[in-house]
Design a protein around this ligand. Structure first.
Ligand SMILES: O=C(O)CCC(=O)C(=O)O
Ligand SMILES: [Fe+2]
Length: 282
């Protein structure tokens, strides 16, 4: 099962490091982001998702999605409030991780998100109930296929509907019990490649973080709504080879690439594809 990290615990830095090394995924409790804010945003998201498709398409192309979709005007400012708060939380976590890794300076990781050109995304997902999943022998219909997140860090909040599963290294999918008042955090591919991002060889010896494979199965009776904050580096930031693929002194199998290139490849490929193969030196 995944680790539960209490943000207020004095041992949070060490707990974060071991959670990121073992599974690359943990539940975070005792954060200060208001449940009320998250529930209000969830209500607006549900209203948006229940609009007819043509209206959602039109809203997507409009300068203000909320206004075009006829959603509450406060929704835009609430969204901005949420994004600011969750970005701050992401940076706090990255600083605690740096502390746990003994990295100097403390902002070695968080500066990637603090940069004014950092690539931040908030995604809202809606999985309507899918009755077929009751009859399905595989235990559910896929709502979001298996993948790793390409960014540095992802911070997920969902309603209390089951569906999220993570894949530990022993290869068996584990359902994650939902908890609408906590966050679920996962290591992204770019954090797995962290030594390159920090230019800090000491991290190589301190262990590596894992970007965890995860997926969502639909629920037969209840709809699931999730909001995920993806913290990515600036587009021009250099992302480099996975150190665990190299022996000491061995030349990298991969050519250097930027976050922009990696992101473009990640979103153009199928979810399960091994994107790194595309960056192998030929
Ligand atoms: O909706 C969820 O619970 C997870 C979705 C997800 O993994 C993603 O959007 O990257
Ligand atoms: Fe994901």
């Amino acid at each position: 099962m995944h680790t539960i990290v209490d943000l207020n615990s004095p041992t949070a830095p060490a707990q974060l490091v071991s959670a990121c090394e073992e599974l690359g995924f943990f539940k975070l409790t005792n954060h200060t982001i208001s449940l009320n804010l998250m529930e209000n945003l969830e209500d607006e998201a549900v209203k948006f998702f229940s609009l007819p498709l043509w209206k959602k398409d039109a809203a997507g192309a409009a300068p203000s999605v909320t206004a075009a979709a006829g959603l509450a005007t406060w929704a835009t400012s609430a969204l901005n409030e949420y994004i600011t708060a969750v970005k701050k939380l992401a940076c706090e976590l990255l600083e605690l991780m740096a502390e746990g890794l003994g990295l100097r300076p403390r902002n070695a990781l968080s500066k990637l998100l603090m940069d004014e050109e950092s690539d931040l995304i908030l995604r809202l997902n809606h999985y309507p109930p899918c009755p077929v999943s009751r009859e399905s022998s595989s235990g559910g219909v896929t709502g979001f296929g298996e993948h790793t997140d390409p960014q540095v860090i992802s911070i997920l909040r969902s309603n209390n509907t089951w569906g999220l599963q993570v894949l530990p290294r022993d290869g068996r999918w584990v359902p994650v019990p939902p908890d609408q008042s906590s966050f679920f955090v996962n290591v992204g591919d770019s954090l797995q490649m962290l030594p390159a991002l920090t230019d800090s060889p000491q991290v190589l010896t301190n262990g590596r973080f894992k970007s965890v494979k995860h997926r969502v199965l639909t629920n037969s009776l209840q709809s699931r709504v999730s909001m995920i904050f993806f913290g990515g580096p600036p587009l021009k930031e250099r992302v480099a080879p996975l150190p665990h693929l190299m022996e000491e002194g061995e030349e990298s199998l991969y050519r250097e690439f930027t976050w922009c290139e990696y992101k473009a490849t990640a979103y153009a490929s199928k979810l399960v594809d091994n994107r790194l193969e595309l960056f192998e030196k030929r």
